[in-house]
Design a protein around this ligand. Sequence first.
Ligand code: BES
Ligand code: MN
Ligand code: ZN
Length: 514
Amino acid sequence: MKFNTTQRAFGQVETAALLIATFEGESEAGLSHLVNTTGGGNLAAQASLEKFSGKIGQTLLHYPSGVAAKRVVLFGLGQRDKLTTAQLRKALVAAFKVVRAQKVNEVTIADVSLAGTKVSAAQYAEIAATVSGLVDYEINHNKTEGVLGYIPRPELEEMRFLSTGKVPSKVRKALSRGRVIAQAVNSARDLSNLPAGELTPDAFVAEARRVADESGGLITMKVWNQADMAILGAGGILAVGKGSDEPCFLIEMVYTPPTGATRDVLTYVGKTVCFDSGGYDLKPADGMRHMKRDMSGGAAVLATLEAIANLQLPISVKAYMAPVENMVSGRAFKPGDRIRMMNGLKVEVDNTDAEGRLTLADMITHARNRADAGQNVYIVDVATLTGAIRQVNSDVAAGLFSNNDAFARRLKAAGERVGEQYEHLTMWPELRDFNKAEMADLKNTGGPAGAGATTAAWFVREFAGEETPWIHLDIASVAFRDREFGVDPKGSTGFAVQTLVELAVDFAKGNAKK
Ligand code: BES
Ligand code: MN
Ligand code: ZN
């Protein structure tokens, strides 16, 4: 989608849809101003008829007469002094859904006076650009026009930002930031929606290679194949991959800002299981149906790195992904197997379907081994790790676990700013023992006691240690849904991309101060 700015009076804008924000309780003044400048018909009457008062989430679709715009979409921002970026996001989601239903391919959003709010004009522009790109996402179903009545929806190709005065460069930059972020989330959605027969582990490596190649030298990439991983001792990843005919890999990507490497290094680790059959602890059909999406964490991490490089944020960021398939065959790992992890710990395979934590553990060990002396490493892993996390908050929030409360608060706050919800769950020390094994140091399930998301987090924490600030995001509840939810379509959501970019923005700010 293209973003442009335009400077014109409201009534003269030739556009398929003109979006205008209105604060609650100010609608009378706002509307009559609009009516006067557009000369446009009965907008105020329609607003009162439909009881449009400017609340968050309220919208009004109006067909004006005597003005250049074909449609006017009014949308509420709630009370002026209460506006937050989170509320603004909700308001814009509602507005752009009205636009989507109109099947237009071009739209204009009017600037609004934000005096007396905590939201800046740049934030307004960035969120509008992000939300318009996210709401417009549609899965490429590879559907054929006309077959079974399918008619493709026209894409939103252009969004213009209308201002009656000169558009400041801050606002222009914010628009392009918003576009970069929306593109990143949508490319994570695309990857996660791809069938496992198409996005094999080596195809994932190729996609990562494309991101590195297109970064203008800002991202370097290294790949370890199975022989290399045997030398590294990556017994966790290799055990999971053994049963598949598709070879598995371990990817490292390093983003160095144009201004040079920083002391703080954000390290993102993504679960990249390209298909999870469960292995010999085979999943039932219902549970297996969507396991092409078990690489959503890796997709989010990859898309995040691409966005960070496009934004040229002044913070060093590393990414680790181990694309692998969990399959059944004569070579597959078996329940009861004992494996030696990259850090030397021995793990008893209690269940071959608890494969994600085995791959995360080795990736985290590797990330820690690869850190340069004098760098402060902050690890965030992102994984569709447990079905159990869905018991906590249904598909509404992801689980957050950490060994460092300050770091956890920082990530959760970043999530709040971008409209991604996390519940910080306590890692009760008593639950750690549930991972004890008879034949090894650890087993890869917490047994039948419950708290499956937390025992999985404890397993991963054994490898992260206590010194390196570490966060585990269990996104199994939100990485894909069987319904539309807020800005997310049905299917893969690209969850965590916006949070991880926002966290990097936050770290970049801290870095600039040093
Ligand atoms: N990939 C699954 C978790 C999952 C479930 C993701 C549903 C998305 C939706 C993971 O590998 C898994 O199978 N976990 C098991 C662990 C158990 C065997 C200890 C689970 O949650 O049942
Ligand atoms: Mn599994
Ligand atoms: Zn899995």
